[in-house]
Design a protein around this ligand. Structure first.
Ligand code: NAD
Length: 336
């Protein structure tokens, strides 16, 4: 059996707890994995590094190409750039992929949500180019380049083709931001027409798109948008299926991919064994698919689906009373 070397960043707060659970579940598939454990976030500073993203951690991710990351705490007001922003920029992780799907056993207003959000991860208003023109007047630059718009559009259509998705909807505000969102739209349209005419394509102004999302999310298949819109809309979509506790995520580049849950380090419940590890386990499933271990991915997915369907062993956030280890054991129990 092929051995996989994966960088593992436990993170802060509940990070080590949910990471331990995820590691146990992945190992229970029988996969041959070598974990290279390295710190980021507050844990890195505690271990004596002078940066929340140590060079050693960054170099290991570059070398091994795949990382599983827990949530990290960026100390507020100490001048450190967020670990996540640093990772995306330094490793050129230009596509954020967030699949949002209704889960049996987690009751919400909607039943058949199955949407993949593709968010451009490197520019837009997250370029960090801000300027004080005169005291009391500031600007924040929204950057769009043809190269990045085309790259993310091509990624989305390629993903749709590989995953047998039917339709991509672009959310935009090109009626107001005619140049930046106009370029995003023109790039997506071009890739659709020239390279992927077989995938259905739709453009919606984002305000109307958000209304349609909460009225009838079942009508959407894949959503493609620039950085800020993707950030907001992916949390909105998480709300449709039961919240951040059950939504995985990944940051993908041409060379490297980092998989992580969307939720934070939850300091309020850290160390209490109350954390739900499911979002990170789901991110682990995305990672297994990425390294072409589809059978192992399916095994994990079927196991947590069964535990959720039964509804007997759930963590507190899902309405149960199981602790992190009990919930993890229940998933592993279904894999035997
Ligand atoms: P949070 O997601 O950590 O917590 C919000 C609420 O959700 C809390 O009540 C928490 O207890 C609960 N929660 C979160 N994850 C849970 C889980 N797996 N199981 C059960 N309950 C869970 O958001 P926050 O409080 O705004 O942020 C806390 C810290 O996390 C901050 O330092 C922030 O910067 C950091 N953060 C990191 C990431 C990341 O590394 N990807 C993402 C978001 C926030």
């Amino acid at each position: 059996m092929a051995k996989h070397t994966i960088v593992l960043i436990p993170g802060d707060g509940i990070g080590p707890e949910v990471m331990d659970a995820t590691k146990r579940v992945i190992e229970a598939t029988g996969l041959n994995v070598e974990w290279v454990e390295l710190p980021a976030g507050a844990a890195a500073l505690e271990q004596g590094y002078d940066n929340v993203l140590p060079q050693r951690t960054l170099a290991a991710i570059s070398a091994h190409k795949v990382a599983l990351k827990g949530p990290v705490t960026t100390p507020v007001g100490k001048g450190f750039t967020s670990v996540n922003v640093q990772l995306r920029k330094k490793l050129n992780l230009y596509a954020a992929v967030r699949p949002v799907r209704s889960v049996d056993g987690v009751k919400t207003r909607f039943e058949n949500v199955d949407i993949v959000i593709i968010r451009e991860n490197t520019e837009g208003l997250y370029s960090g180019i801000e300027n004080e023109v005169v005291p009391g007047v500031v600007t924040s630059l929204k950057v769009a380049t043809e190269a990045a718009c085309t790259r993310i559009a091509r990624y989305a259509f390629r993903y749709a083709t590989r995953r047998h998705r039917k339709k991509i909807t672009v959310f935009h505000k090109a009626n107001i931001m005619k140049m930046s969102d106009g370029l995003f739209l023109a790039s997506a349209r071009k890739i659709h027409e020239e390279e992927y005419p077989n995938i259905d394509y739709e453009e919606l102004i984002i305000d109307a798109g958000c209304m349609k999302l909460v009225q009838n999310p079942e009508r959407f298949d894949m959503l493609l948008m620039e950085n800020l819109y993707g950030d907001l809309v992916s949390d909105l979509c998480a709300g449709l299926v039961g919240g951040l506790g059950i939504v995985p995520g990944s940051n993908i580049g041409d060379e490297v991919a980092v998989f992580e849950a969307v939720h934070g380090s939850a300091p309020d419940i850290a160390g209490k064994s109350l954390a739900n590890p499911l979002a990170l386990i789901m991110s682990g499933v995305m990672m297994l698919q990425h390294i072409h271990e589809d059978a192992a991915a399916q095994k994990v997915q079927a196991a947590y689906d069964a535990v959720l369907r039964e509804g007997k062993t759930l963590t507190r956030d899902l309405g149960g009373s199981a602790n992190t280890a009990e919930f993890t054991d229940a998933i592993i129990g279904k894999m035997k």
